[in-house]
Design a protein around this ligand. Structure first.
Ligand SMILES: [Ca+2]
Length: 311
């Protein structure tokens, strides 16, 4: 049985790989729509990049919706220093022919969750949680209809990547993340603790490049962002964050974690956007998320390579 998902995203090269992985897996995953949000780059670019990726995959029937162009309560922070001016720097791809859907992404999320049977739609946020938080605030009835939210964001042992305390997606819109964490929905989190173990090493990237056009494009994306990451982290490759979300839907056994309490810091200037994860269960706050801590990286890259070869 296929699992119905909405990918909420701010592409971003790693978002793009996640979208390709989902579109390459129609036996397991039905992508009801892709909702673009401002994050790595401003909304017009994330929307455009989402459509570029659909066309690269040859899946031009995929519906792309534009959502919020700024966080719920703060100014937008972007990350061109990681992803390049376009958000998708690497091999230059043609401008998309696909059009954006007329419906706002937030309304699409609300209407879809109301229309589909309860517990049958999974949300896959790969960027700041603005679209999801706004939808939950506008239509609280949909929160209990969500099958699961599998998101990339936050960190515990790896702490922060955009500030010493915060991971980018949560930092950009902590108010939205707070709404999501308190929604009561089933939540699974792929934090930096996972993605920093999913590194784009040379052999893994050369395996992508050997696949043909799509693989060459993916390799050019990882070549682009890993220059920044390797310099920053001193690692043997860059972390491939967002595809972990889709990989979890396909092969949950690749990941291990703990069902714990996770809350979002909203007040402090120093630690704003921190995911305060009770990994050691030192409080009596109720668990609200499965916070992943480890990944079978070889299995993850083998899955990616096998699926990208299908496109
Ligand atoms: Ca992203």
């Amino acid at each position: 049985m296929t699992r119905k998902i909405i990918i909420d995203t701010d592409p971003g090269q790693d978002d793009a790989v996640a979208i390709l992985l989902a579109l390459a897996s129609p036996e397991e995953i039905e992508v009801l729509g892709i909702t673009a949000v401002a994050g790595n780059v401003p909304l017009p670019l994330t929307s455009k990049n989402a459509r570029i990726v659909c066309e690269l995959a040859g899946k031009t029937g995929t519906r792309v919706f534009e959502g919020c162009d700024r966080p719920m309560a703060r100014d937008l922070v972007t990350a061109e220093y990681v992803h390049g001016k376009t958000g998708l720097d690497g091999i230059v791809l043609p401008d998309p022919q696909m059009q954006v859907q007329d419906t706002h992404a937030v309304d699409f999320i609300i209407e879809t969750l109301r229309a589909e049977p309860a517990g049958s739609v999974t949300l896959c946020p790969l960027g700041p949680l603005t679209n999801i938080g706004t939808a939950f605030r506008k239509a609280p009835d949909i929160q209990e209809k969500v099958q699961e939210i599998v998101l990339m964001g936050g960190a515990y042992f790896e702490v922060g990547n955009v500030t010493p305390a915060a991971e980018f997606n949560i930092y950009v819109d902590p108010e939205a993340a707070d709404i999501v964490m308190k929604s009561g929905a089933k939540i699974t989190i792929m934090p930096l603790d996972v993605s920093h173990k999913a590194l784009t090493t040379r052999p893994r990237i050369e395996a992508f490049r050997a696949l043909g056009h799509v693989g060459e494009v993916v390799a050019s994306w990882t070549d682009f962002f890993e220059r920044f990451d390797m310099e920053k982290y001193g690692s043997e490759g860059g972390p491939l964050h967002d595809p972990t979300v889709i990989a979890y839907l396909l092969k949950p056994d690749l990941f291990t974690g703990r069902h714990i309490n996770v809350e979002i810091e909203l007040q402090s200037d120093l630690t704003s956007g921190m995911t305060v994860a009770d990994w050691w269960r030192v409080t009596d706050r109720a668990p609200n998320a499965t916070f992943m801590g480890d990944i079978n990286a070889e299995g993850f890259f083998a899955l990616l390579t096998e699926r990208l070869a299908r496109l």
